[in-house]
Design a protein around this ligand. Structure first.
Ligand code: PNW
Length: 495
């Protein structure tokens, strides 16, 4: 049961918002509101029923001090066993869709398609069927950072062959789940994955000699995406009628001043952060500014070729227009200023390549996360940038959410979702941006990567000490339920 006082404060909150006038125009009736999780963060059962080790399982079990509270995702929300409880809270909220991810290691324990693990298939089949029965549209991420360790042993995303391994995996997913899945995502947040997985800590001497391995990871991941997309297109789309995209994460970037230099700098930041992935999947290649800058800096470092890999003509063809809509995760933003050309460093850096300075002003409200300040007005900037740069695509916000240290009375999370939704509604209404879905990260508190269980993003709290990992609605969930029901952010909307 929901305490009365929570309900009361929820509604009082609708009127107060740090002076921001919340958009009172009702969302279109076919607009989708939903919530998201990912396999490693919620499932637990890390070695149950034929699942093999992922890179996260291996690293977390062998690297003390890696996670802030020394925890693991071994059990997490135990959703592998308690998925019906997840459906129950989605229903309670009235969610239109649920974005979750499939663990590659549950489906293909060797990483390759020589063995298909039927128990893994059954798990996701049950989940997908139950979602459909409850009118909750499954939005399925095929990969949310949990690479099979067997493939990581072969170099993971630094190995060109990952594109074929991934394509084989994708085919198994379409074959088994494709009849019921209308929204597919090949990858979640490649930028954050490639940086976290193959950034500086990975192998400094190798980075010094070969250049940034993040670029190599990105390159192979994009090749994998294109292959998976073409397989769907050629072999499955006509029967299954789904749509596919890749989930890209980006902050918004605004010029620090009105100077034309700072405006160019902000544009450059967008291209290096979002265009890096978005340009290839729309136009078949990296942004011009990345190609020129990295080539020039590579030459200045004395290399005889650019550190940014090149796509073959065939790959460019495959990549071009390889999404059916735009999927974006966003949490925060930065201001950007022009700076003198950064000096050449050894090893090279993405900061030097990007060649601008981005920062979050002190006066912006902080959250519990260092990288992340509360800056909702930028939602409109980000959505407009996507619209104008990528030919006015349909857009789904696949993640947006707010971290705190827990508690049911999560006023600031409620504000956050409402404020971001308000600017989303502004962008739709006033700028004609075609947003068709919004997904709150996360459905429930879960294993928050390096922060373990210290940082919470959930609309529902999870009692990790209880047998059933009891899920309880927070104030933000109650608000979200109201929004879903009324398609309205305030208590009275205009049509
Ligand atoms: C996303 N950053 O990751 C992920 O998709 C989720 O799995 C995660 O739980 C959520 O955001 C909250 O952290 C990001 O440092 C993590 O810029 C870090 C960054 C961006 C995205």
């Amino acid at each position: 049961m929901v305490p009365r006082v929570l309900i009361l404060t929820t509604f009082l909150n609708l009127f107060i918002s740090n002076g921001l006038a919340i958009n009172n125009k009702r969302f279109p009736s076919n607009f989708l509101f939903g919530s998201a999780t990912s396999a490693y963060q919620v499932e637990g059962a890390w070695n149950a029923d034929g699942k093999s080790e992922s890179l996260w399982d291996r690293y977390i079990h062998t690297t003390p001090g890696f996670i802030e509270d020394g925890s693991t995702g071994d059990v997490a929300c135990n959703s592998y066993y308690l998925w019906e409880n997840d459906i129950a809270i989605l229903k309670e909220m009235g969610a239109n869709h649920y974005r979750f991810s499939i663990a590659w290691t549950r489906i293909l324990p060797t990483g390759r398609n020589d063995v298909v693990n039927e128990k893994g298939i059954t798990y996701y089949k049950n989940l997908i069927k139950a979602l459909k029965q409850n009118n909750i549209e499954p939005m399925v991420s095929m990969f949310h950072w949990d690479t099979p360790q067997a493939l990581e042993d072969l170099g993971g995303f630094l190995n060109d062959s990952i594109a074929d391994w991934y394509a084989d995996y994708a085919r198994v997913l379409y074959e088994n789940f494709g009849d019921d899945v209308k929204y597919w995502f090949t990858f979640n947040e490649p930028k954050t994955y490639c940086n976290g997985g193959y950034g500086y800590a990975y192998d400094p001497p190798r980075i010094a000699s070969e250049g940034l391995l993040e670029y190599v990871c990105a390159h192979n991941l994009l090749r994998a995406h294109a292959k998976a997309y073409r397989i769907y297109d050629q072999e499955f789309r006509s029967k299954q009628n789904g749509k596919m995209s890749i989930v890209l994460d980006s902050s918004w970037f605004g010029p620090a001043t009105n100077s034309s230099e700072d405006k160019v700098a902000a544009e450059q930041a967008f291209h290096f952060e979002l265009g890096w992935y978005a340009n290839p999947v729309h136009y078949g290649d990296y942004p011009e500014v990345m190609k020129t800058r990295i080539a020039a800096r590579s030459a200045a470092e004395g290399r005889n070729q650019s550190r940014l890999p090149e796509f073959t003509e065939e790959e460019k063809e495959q990549l071009k227009d390889s999404t059916d809509f735009f999927a974006v995760n966003t949490y925060t933003g930065s201001l950007v200023s022009a700076i003198p050309e950064p000096g050449i460093t050894d090893p090279p850096s993405r900061y030097g390549d990007m060649g601008v300075n981005s920062f979050q002003p002190d006066e912006w409200e902080s959250t519990t996360f260092g990288w992340f300040k509360y800056a909702p007005w930028g939602m409109r900037i980000l959505l407009n940038w996507i619209k104008s740069t990528y030919g006015d695509p349909e857009i789904v916000v696949t993640e947006n959410g707010y971290p705190d240290y827990g508690g049911l009375n999560d006023t600031r999370r409620l504000d956050y979702h409402r404020d971001y939704l308000s600017y989303t509604r502004d962008a739709m209404d006033q700028d004609g941006v075609k947003v068709f879905a919004y997904t709150a990260w996360s459905l429930m508190d879960n294993f928050e990567w390096f922060s373990g269980y210290t940082q919470k993003f959930g609309l529902y709290a999870v009692d990790f000490d209880s047998e059933n990992k009891t899920r309880t609605a927070k104030q933000s969930a109650l608000y979200f339920r109201q929004v879903i029901k009324t398609k309205c952010l305030v208590d009275q909307c205009v049509e």
